[in-house]
Design a protein around this ligand. Sequence first.
Ligand code: ATP
Length: 368
Amino acid sequence: MHIELRNLTKIFPSRNKKSGEEVIAVNDFSFTIPDGQLIGLLGPSGCGKSTTLYMISGLQKPSGGQIFFGDEDVTEVAPEDRGIGLVFQNYALYPHLTVKQNILFPLQNLRGKDKMTKEAMIERAYQVAKLVQIDELMDRKPSELSGGQQQRVAIARALAKMPRVLLLDEPLSNLDARLRLQTREEIRRIQKETGITTVFVTHDQEEAMSISDMIVVMKLGVLQQIGKPQEVYNDPANLFVAKFLGTPPINIFKGTVRGGKLFIGESAVLDVPGVADQDVHVGIRPEGFVLDANGPLTCQLSNVEVMGRDVSIVCSSEASENPIIRAIIDADDRLAISGNTVAFSLKPHKVFLFGAQDEKRIRPSEVK
Ligand code: ATP
């Protein structure tokens, strides 16, 4: 079932009556989540991700706009009647109940036509426990489980009612690095197996990029870009999105366009046909540099870090907007490095121009 958010807005009134400043947590957000997909809602702290999720769940009421589950307008529907499963960062398991009792809990509260027999409930509990691979742990208490296992119990509990929509709010934040990796793959597997339309909130771009069918990047309550993770990475709409995605992060330089050529410092580094003369921010992905003794972009070498297959060249330049530039090159090419400076040519499709003021993407008419 698809989910449609139509002009969704959430305004929190000011706590301080005198200053009267309200917070626009989500601002005119419109977006359709296709049926059966996993969407990563991504952005820095305070950008309105959780508020969007809570409006989808019904825990928070929008100040404006509508939410549709399929063709049904659920904007005014109570959370318990929306058919959602919600998983939080802190698992929120009942500590005095066993794993089995935790999973059974939402089923025991079903009323009316949804009411289940005891046998059906137990069968369902084991079915979802098997899906998240905790069926061996059913008689343990949450305190007797690892963080990853606890989060799986929370996911099983959310799945027990066979929700139409699964909503995950930073579900991996409390796990250590190894468990995070493992659990995020688990979530992807479970989502694929069940085919439930899922929204996954995170501030971790790598996490969102690795498991989402589509990512939605937000900043200060405003939607910045939607797309497949790799498409957004390869084609950012503005400087914020370009900076937010990618590890190591994109390198930003001060640049100028003159006569269809892009200058960094005094060197023409690329042809940018069709772009008017102006100052720009130039984003260069770390993998966009090519070591080239005759290359137009010269930087001061600080350090060379070898990381397995890749080599990371750490350098600096007066034209860089950041103190450090990081270029990733092939390990075999490192032998060409000598002296205190490095020269690069650039891969045109890894170089992005952004307006000096509005920071929006500027596209050359044709990249050579
Ligand atoms: P984080 O990653 O830190 O959880 P987030 O992107 O999920 O951040 P939200 O929790 O949605 O952000 O908050 C968005 C904005 O709304 C923030 O500026 C926050 O301070 C504000 N906000 C959230 N809840 C309330 C509330 N109940 N009252 C007032 N302001 C709120």
